[in-house]
Design a protein around this ligand. Structure first.
Ligand SMILES: [Zn+2]
Ligand SMILES: [Zn+2]
Length: 473
């Protein structure tokens, strides 16, 4: 007898379906097993990657059924998102119709493969029932202060008409379409994932020896926790007069409080409010102002790749411990998103500050013993030129300086993270609507849970240009 797959497999697949062979049983006495494979995007066609993925889960599900487990092995479709919306626009169809017709087709393909999914538990993430739960979670997260709305500078892809996370910007370009990314000020909803930074960091220890150490190092750098000192620099009288009464100074964050006596200049991010104020009031040379604005419009990645560039802002601050006058610069390596967009610079003990100081001929002052003249010394040693702290090993001096600032009421010890909160707004149509209304009087008001789901209106024209809901009556 020859094996004719289209005959034999069809026969058994039909029998499985009729008998509900892959449905979980309503039998509480059996031991349960929930086997879930990653959902496919309903792009229209399965490919060999899907076959590989779903064969693994299928083999496990069949194995456990034979072991007399009560197995739930469902399938679903990860159906919202821009790829689906863009594909629908390209084919001149509504994303909903496009998505569900793809799902119908893919379901047939999956079952022709003989995969043992439950037929009664299937769903798509664009189903209204799913949206209902998603929106309830969003409201719960808002109530727990894990979700908030804020206007920030975001990475914007003009081609996709959407905001991108830093992780989605590759070499200054959009990960999806390779279009250069620009910066834009825009309100959006954010998940406060930084609340979990310490927990994430702490739990990496549980993976030591189990995960590759480079992966653990990458994770910990991504969180980027640093302990340091936050303190204020006050403007000199002359600078105060120049700036008017709007600002009396700015605060900086440093992870090297031990080098605070070695500060010879400070630097603000090009998009810092004080820099904007100077530009607005015509206090900077026109050409310089243009160049600073241009740096402010570059993405963080582009700026990191560019050479050090900066401009003297023509104002100065007073060193809080020594009373020395310190010039204020703006520099492309200072990012608005980190430490408030202002840094103290110690060229003698920091490579980056040294490179900048050398380029612009700024003064050097050594405060840790052991270095060579004319180089940045980043090793350990005893403090010099540091007032009452002279002779203290620099590692110990970190906490001593924090204590000194706190005692004098000049600053506080703080923790900073590189980890950014996660933006969940996408400014496009095909996604779960965020269930809030904006009221002029009460601000953000969540929808009542009993009114969920807030479904997407379907009578909209979807062009891919901006948010179609804005044009919806
Ligand atoms: Zn793009
Ligand atoms: Zn109201």
């Amino acid at each position: 007898m020859s094996y004719n797959p289209s005959e034999i497999e069809k026969k058994w697949q039909q029998k499985w379906s009729e008998e509900g062979a892959f449905e979980p049983l309503e039998d509480k006495s059996l031991e349960k097993k929930y086997i879930l494979s990653m959902f496919p995007f309903p792009s229209g066609r399965l490919h060999m990657g899907h076959v590989r993925n779903y064969s693994i889960g299928d083999a496990m599900a069949r194995y456990y059924r034979k072991q007399n487990y009560n197995v739930l092995h469902p399938i679903g479709f990860d159906a919202f998102g821009m790829p689906a919306e863009n594909a629908a626009i390209k084919h001149g169809r509504h994303p909903k119709e496009w998505t569900y017709s793809n799902i119908d087709y893919m379901r047939k393909e999956l079952s022709a493969l003989g995969l043992s999914f439950s037929e009664t538990r299937e769903f798509a993430t664009c189903d209204e029932l799913y949206t209902k739960w998603e929106q309830e979670f969003i409201i719960k997260m808002y109530e727990e202060k894990l979700l908030y709305r804020e206007s920030t500078t975001v990475n914007w892809c003009e081609d996709c008409h959407t905001v991108l996370a830093n992780e989605q910007v590759e070499e200054g370009c959009c990960w999806r379409c390779d279009n250069p990314v620009e910066l834009k000020e825009m309100p959006g909803y954010y998940l406060d994932i930084r609340k979990y930074a310490d927990e994430l960091l702490e739990d990496l220890k549980l993976l030591e020896g189990k995960w590759p150490s480079q992966v653990l190092a990458m994770q910990s750098n991504w969180i980027g926790k640093s302990q340091g000192l936050e303190f204020g620099f006050k403007f000199t009288e002359a600078s105060l007069t120049k700036l008017g009464s709007k600002y009396d100074g700015f605060s900086v964050f440093t992870t090297r409080p031990d080098t605070v006596y070695g500060v010879t200049y400070t630097a603000l991010a090009p998009e810092h409010p004080i820099v904007k104020e100077l530009i607005k009031n015509g206090l900077l040379d026109g050409e310089v102002a243009q160049k600073i604005t241009a740096i402010g419009n570059m993405t963080e990645v582009e700026r990191a790749k560019a050479g050090k560039e900066g401009y003297d802002l023509g104002i100065s601050v007073i060193h809080p411990l020594t009373g020395e006058e310190i010039p204020v610069w703006t520099a492309n390596f200072v990012l608005a998103s980190y430490g408030g967009g202002a840094v103290m610079s110690v060229p003698t003990h920091d490579e980056r500050d040294f490179e900048f100081a050398t380029k612009y001929n700024l003064p050097l002052k050594y405060v840790i013993e052991g270095g060579e003249e004319g180089t940045a010394y980043t090793g350990e040693g005893k403090l010099i030129n540091s007032g009452e702290l002279d002779g203290t090993p620099n590692v110990e001096a970190k906490s001593a300086v924090i204590k000194l600032f706190e005692e004098k009421g000049l600053g506080t010890g703080t923790t900073n993270y590189k980890l950014r909160n996660w933006g969940v707004s996408r400014q496009r149509y095909w996604g779960a609507p965020i269930p809030f209304v904006h009221c002029d009087d009460c601000g953000l008001v969540p929808e009542k849970v009993e009114n969920l789901p807030i479904a997407l209106p379907e009578d909209v024209e979807i062009t891919g240009e901006g948010n179609p809901l804005e044009k919806h009556p």
